[in-house]
Write a protein of this length. Structure first.
Lengths: 112, 112
């Protein structure tokens, strides 16, 4: 069965801290995605990776970076967390030969 | 900007009734997908309809697509309390690593 896991369900950080959100998939998918979800705005794409060490900016990349050193792992990095980055963060993966994305359970990040 | 926009934003019905959610989008698409999200969790794929299809069924779900009106609807028949969740449409495009653009979602509450 398909599985996408995220390192934390809930995370509380302070302004200015460096934050790492980890995502792991066990489906050998080439494509992986990071979204943030805010009330009334739906899901917005932050970054995606189409293969190891490959990355592309999504719609809202400012304040974020990513790392994809291994196929199964895609990390989202907040270099210096700010309160406006308080949000639900969702990771997803996709087999490029199919169109469906598989999502992790999400990490609810609060930046104080 | 959001591609898909769901209507209504919220829907409250009794068990056994049908629930209809609508999605409108702005540009040409390759496919349109519906996802479900239980409170505070990740998204789960429900159904995908391609641009050359007009209707698709999966269990109690029925999806229609009208490309001339750039709209889709999701019908859940004989709803159950367990159908309570948020439902999102997402539009997919050929090329560009087939990124999905999500709408803001419809919150469905099914009361016993």
């Amino acid at each position: 069965d398909v599985k996408v896991t995220q390192s934390s369900r809930y995370l509380v950080k302070r302004t200015g801290e460096k934050v790492f959100l980890e995502c792991v998939q066990d489906m050998d998918h080439e494509n992986m995605f990071w979204y943030r979800q805010d009330p009334g705005l739906g899901l917005r794409l932050i970054y995606f990776s189409y293969d190891v060490k490959m990355k592309e900016k999504g719609d809202i990349p400012e304040g974020y970076s990513v790392s994809r050193e291994k196929k199964e792992r895609f990390s989202l990095i907040l270099e210096s967390a700010s309160t406006n980055q308080t949000s639900m963060y969702l990771c997803a993966s996709r087999n490029p030969r199919a169109d469906t994305q598989y999502f992790g359970p999400g990490t609810r990040l609060t930046v104080l | 900007s959001q591609q898909g926009e769901e209507d209504p934003q919220a829907l409250s019905i009794q068990e056994g009734e049908n629930a209809t959610m609508n999605c409108s989008y702005k540009t040409s698409i390759n496919n349109l997908q519906w996802y479900r999200q239980n409170s505070g969790r990740g998204l789960v794929h429900l159904i995908l309809i391609r641009s050359n299809e007009r209707e698709k069924h999966s269990g109690r779900l029925r999806v229609t697509l009208d490309t001339s009106k750039k709209s889709s609807s999701l019908l859940i028949t004989a709803s159950r309390a367990a159908d309570t969740a948020s439902y999102f449409c997402a539009t997919g495009f050929s090329g560009g690593y087939n990124k999905l653009i999500f709408g803001a979602g419809t919150r469905l509450a099914v009361h016993p």
